[in-house]
Write a protein of this length. Structure first.
Length: 154
C-alpha cells in the first residue's frame, strides 16, 4: 500500500512538578498557544487544550511519524524552557516526570474535547487526583498509588 492512513486521537494529562499551582490565569492562554505550536511543529493536530493551575490536558490527532513519548518529552521540555525564559514563575518551573495518555475513537472526540476545555467546571466537583484515578479506572489500568503523581511535600 503506497500510503499510510491512520486515525489516532490521544488525550494526554501531565502535572506541574509536585502539583504546585504555578500556571497563572494571566499567562495560561499564552502557554496553551505555545504548546499547540510545539505539537503542530511535529504535524499533529490539537483538538482541545485545557487545565488548571497545577496540570494540563491536551486532546490531539496523532500522526504515527514519531513516538508518543518523544512528543510529550518535547512538549514538556520546550514549554518549561519557555516559561523559565519568560520569567513567568518565581524560581524554576518544571513539569513532573511521567504523564497519562489515552486513546479515543472518533465518536468520543466531541465529548472528550468538551471535558478537556471545561476543566475548571470539573474541578469544582472532583480533585485532580480523583479525576486521574477515575480515568485510569475507566481504561481498566492498574496503578500503584505511590506513582500516580508526586504529592506536594508537607
Amino acid at each position: 500500500m503506497p500510503n499510510t492512513y491512520t486515525q489516532i486521537h490521544i488525550h494526554t494529562v501531565f502535572a506541574v512538578q509536585n502539583r504546585m499551582s504555578l500556571i497563572q490565569k494571566s499567562w495560561q492562554e499564552r502557554l496553551y498557544k505555545y504548546i499547540i505550536s510545539i505539537i503542530q511543529k511535529y504535524e499533529h493536530k490539537v483538538l482541545a487544550i485545557g487545565g488548571m493551575s497545577d496540570h494540563i490536558h491536551i486532546l490531539f490527532g496523532f500522526r504515527p511519524t514519531q513516538a508518543l513519548s518523544h512528543l510529550i518529552q518535547e512538549v514538556k521540555r520546550d514549554s518549561s524552557e519557555w516559561i523559565n525564559q519568560q520569567h513567568l514563575t518565581q524560581g524554576r518551573f518544571s513539569w513532573q516526570e511521567g504523564y497519562g495518555a489515552f486513546s479515543y475513537s472518533k465518536s468520543h472526540i466531541t465529548q472528550v474535547a468538551k471535558y478537556v476545555e471545561e476543566q475548571e467546571k470539573h474541578h469544582k466537583r472532583k480533585t485532580f487526583i480523583d479525576e486521574f484515578k477515575l480515568i485510569l479506572k475507566d481504561f481498566g489500568l492498574d496503578y500503584d498509588e505511590r506513582y500516580i503523581f508526586k504529592r506536594i511535600e508537607e
